[in-house]
Ligand binder design. Structure first.
Ligand SMILES: [Zn+2]
Length: 547
């Protein structure tokens, strides 16, 4: 038994199979927590003997416990309220297989809504590829089931469909011109708008639809953190773009409503937050406490791949002039990375296409050369998704840059993306085995919620099996082991958060962040890991979720 002196623990777990993930496959039967941390691990008999009259005791009945999981890339505060408030038509969340299924959900929502109030819904990106009808609903479909309320339903970031009352509220007619960077689709026969709005044309409707208020923002965060706990997630790295979520987190913490831990990544550039403000305040990575802290700064170079905006050296398939979009000039990127690096703020740069990788690496190499610093743990968000050439990998290793791939993209929409970047480029997609073999540090992020749920067990299953949602086993030679896949959401993810001494393994002295599972993920087919249920999640030695 390993233990730390204390009178009596607050809580013990016993008679389980506790996979500590410390060292080589170390397993124990029981552990004890006091003051939020693990104070002892050992056999059930040893640990039970520590219990006092007030110790809470849980019999795991042979079930497996693992360290609480970390998701290193989420948009939780930004999307949490939508998770709670919007009508859900997303096939990645609920059972929706046709236009009729979508209409049914909208009709149900309208039945309980006051006449004339907005019905705002969300579907999944590229859902028209997957539903039986192979198309989005149009304004007339929506009018048939909801004639009297304005309806707006978005499918991912690029398309929104509005019904007739919503188009009227937004004053969109057959004569409304396309806004810059957007497109209003018209019926080729009648010339009337079909209700389908692309890119920036979506804003015309979004501007007149009701907005969420601050209390809804706070409740949405609580809701989304609870969703995380239901999948064994105890820490997220959340990207924020304005002050309200940061204020909301601080208030929720004080109010005792924060049940999972958050590393905040303020986005700078194309954001309400400037790197200057953070630096002027003297904030450095790690400021805060074990529940809420600054994890670094986020910035973006290129766009997303589903909108064909990620920036590649080679053009998109069947689109020979489109290489994607660069949102920031190299000079500005270099400067921002340099000042954040110098100020002690870790950088997380979003780069999806290989051209964008080159820019991110140029900026990092430049900053590190000017002010050499070990242990900066700078990251490239989405690196490890599409392309990893030997040259890119060498540069990553030389500068010690961490890759944050998002295998959920492959799992959910890999088949649709084939159309954008072509077969040849995709044979190198999500090359986790190659990345690890070349010494690159990878940690997992889901980019959730919104498109799909926060669910590292799904991502671990996918990384270890390469079995995708649409049924294919995709590039099986890039499989990694279940242990390696878990590291992406436990030990390595904690290191990426500069928290390797606090979490990631179940050892004496670490935080009591623990997930209890219905099955042992190391004993089943890797692809089945995603189906494992979480029975109980503890954060700081307290039960925060119980099935
Ligand atoms: Zn993101």
């Amino acid at each position: 038994m390993k233990s730390r002196h204390s009178p009596h623990p607050d809580l013990i777990l016993h008679s389980g199979k506790i996979r500590t993930l410390a060292g080589n496959g170390s397993i124990c039967e029981a552990l004890a927590c006091a003051g939020g941390r693990i104070v002892a691990t050992g056999s059930s008999d040893e640990i039970r003997r520590l219990a006092g009259p007030d110790t809470e005791s849980f019999d795991l009945k042979g079930r497996t416990a693992i360290p609480g999981l970390t998701d290193t890339h989420v948009h939780l505060s930004e999307k949490g309220t939508a998770e709670m408030e919007l009508v859900d038509c997303r096939d990645f969340y609920v059972d929706v297989n046709s236009v009729a299924d979508i209409l049914q959900r909208l009709a149900n929502a309208a039945a309980g809504a006051p006449k004339g109030s907005w019905i705002v819904a969300h579907g999944s990106p590229m859902q028209d590829f997957r539903i039986e009808d192979k198309r989005f609903p149009n304004r007339h479909d929506l009018d048939r089931v909801v004639p009297d309320n304005p309806v707006s339903i978005s499918f991912g970031a690029h398309v929104t469909i509005a019904n007739t009352p919503a188009l009227a509220a937004a004053k969109i007619t057959r004569d409304t011109p396309d806004p810059a960077g957007g497109h209003i689709r018209h019926d080729p026969q009648t010339g009337e708008p079909t209700g389908e709005l692309h890119e920036r044309a979506q804003l015309i409707v979004k501007k007149v639809a009701p907005e969420f208020n601050y209390l809804q923002l706070k409740d949405g965060i609580v809701f989304a953190l609870d969703q995380c706990l239901q999948r064994g997630v105890t820490t997220v790295h959340d990207i924020v773009r304005y002050a309200e979520p940061v204020r909301a987190y601080q208030e929720l913490y004080k109010e005792g409503r924060m049940h999972a831990r958050v590393n905040i990544l303020p986005r700078v550039i194309e954001s309400m937050i400037e790197s200057k403000s953070l630096i002027e305040l003297g904030l450095i990575t790690g400021f805060g406490n074990e529940w809420l802290r600054i994890g670094g700064v986020k910035m973006s170079i290129d766009g997303g791949i589903t909108g064909r905006n990620a920036c590649f050296h080679e053009p998109y398939e069947n689109d020979e002039h489109n290489h994607g979009i660069i949102r920031i000039q190299q000079d500005e990127l270099n400067h921002t990375v340099q000042v954040c690096h110098d100020a002690g703020l870790r950088c997380c740069v979003h780069a999806i296409g290989d051209k964008a990788f080159d820019m991110a690496l140029d900026a990092y190499e430049n900053a590190i050369e000017h002010s050499p610093r070990k242990d900066h743990r700078h990251r490239i968000e989405h690196m490890g998704n599409w392309l990893a050439t030997p040259k890119l990998m060498q540069r990553m290793v030389r500068s010690g840059i961490v890759a944050i791939p998002n295998i959920a993209f492959a799992y959910y929409i890999g088949d649709a993306i084939l159309d954008c970047v072509g077969e040849r480029r995709l044979t190198k997609a999500f090359p986790f085995r190659t990345l690890l073999k070349n010494g690159i540090i990878i940690a997992g992020g889901s980019d959730s919620p919104g498109y799909w749920p926060v669910d590292p067990l799904r991502d671990i299953a996918t990384a270890a099996s390469r079995k995708m949602r649409w049924g294919d086993v995709w590039v099986p030679e890039e499989r990694i082991s279940v242990s390696e896949a878990f590291a992406m959401h436990t030990t390595t993810a904690s290191w990426v958060g500069f928290e390797e001494n606090e979490k990631g393994t179940l050892e004496v002295g670490k935080l009591g962040d623990i997930a209890v599972l219905t099955e042992d993920p190391f004993e089943i087919q890797p692809e089945r890991i995603k189906d494992i249920k979480v029975e109980m999640t503890l954060v700081g030695g307290e039960v925060k979720y119980q099935a």
